[in-house]
Design a protein around this ligand. Structure first.
Ligand SMILES: C[S@@+](CC[C@H](N)C(=O)[O-])C[C@H]1O[C@@H](n2cnc3c(N)ncnc32)[C@H](O)[C@@H]1O
Length: 240
């Protein structure tokens, strides 16, 4: 049974930086569904993109895999072909919990790695997913990470990135307010919303779509497509 997210449901004396610890891992399925507009649909569509771009006998990487939702969507779409999926997360609580969902079959081995994605060796990859993970990587390390991914992709391989986005002031205010309305609609109180916002302030650092696009082209990808957006949450993919 899915446990309800009540991490910020009581007034806290001191708000500490958000961590992907046991408390969060326990309720993460519910947190994702109620906190990211379009989350379930975007996971299904990552499966669909995988079906189109996966190349047999290559690797797939789910970087910041949490409970393994993207890995599972990838697996469901390649399980008749030969390939390997690496689900990588530096939270041991997330990796431990994802073991229950992620099982290899005779064609596709799923490898769980409890490590920093900046240390992950990316090679022979046709699908790499950063589903709401890049935003947690320090800004100054993002170019390096995307470069490492680019180097490890085969020609025709893709990088799928989902992120919370920043906009210019007017649009940012509107999208942020609509996003808080979305959270209220999903049962979060004003206090939960504001305590979580504070906890994430120094941890989740969004960028604009233009910055993402520039980085992708600067590193050498040939194409960049925005394929999904709901308020200030979006997903795009880049082709090598
Ligand atoms: C918002 S969650 C990702 C959700 C997941 N991709 C999904 O689609 O369900 C971000 C995840 O990235 C992980 N993470 C953050 N920084 C990381 C790093 N440097 N290396 C590995 N994992 C990291 C966190 O532990 C967390 O599980």
């Amino acid at each position: 049974m899915i446990k309800k997210d009540n991490v910020y449901n009581n007034p806290l004396e001191q708000i500490v930086d958000f961590k992907f610890d046991e408390k969060v891992a326990n309720v993460f399925e519910d947190m994702l569904k109620r906190s990211i507009p379009g989350y379930a649909l975007s996971i299904n569509l990552i499966g669909l993109l995988t079906r189109k771009y996966f190349i047999a006998d290559t690797n797939c990487y789910d970087l910041g895999s949490s409970l393994g939702a993207s890995s599972l969507a990838i697996f469901e779409n390649i399980k008749q072909m030969k390939g390997k999926i690496f689900a990588v997360d530096n939270s041991k609580e997330m990796i431990n919990r994802s073991k229950a969902y992620l099982k290899s079959n005779e064609n596709v081995e799923i490898v769980l790695l409890n490590e920093d994605i900046l240390q992950t060796k990316i090679e022979n990859a046709s699908i790499v997913v950063l589903n709401y993970t890049l935003q947690f990587i320090p800004k100054e390390k993002r170019d390096l990470l995307i470069q490492q991914i680019y180097n490890g992709l085969v020609e025709g391989g893709i990088l799928i990135i989902s992120e919370k986005l920043n906009f210019e002031q007017k649009e940012n205010e509107l999208m942020t307010n609509l996003y808080y309305d979305f959270k209220k609609m999903n049962g979060y109180s004003e206090m939960e919303i504001s305590q979580k916002r504070e906890a994430l302030e120094n941890v989740l650092i969004p960028e604009t779509l233009e910055i993402h696009r520039e980085r992708i082209y600067k590193i050498g990808f040939s194409d960049f497509y925005l394929w999904f957006r709901a308020f200030n949450f979006a997903s795009f993919f880049a082709i090598k």
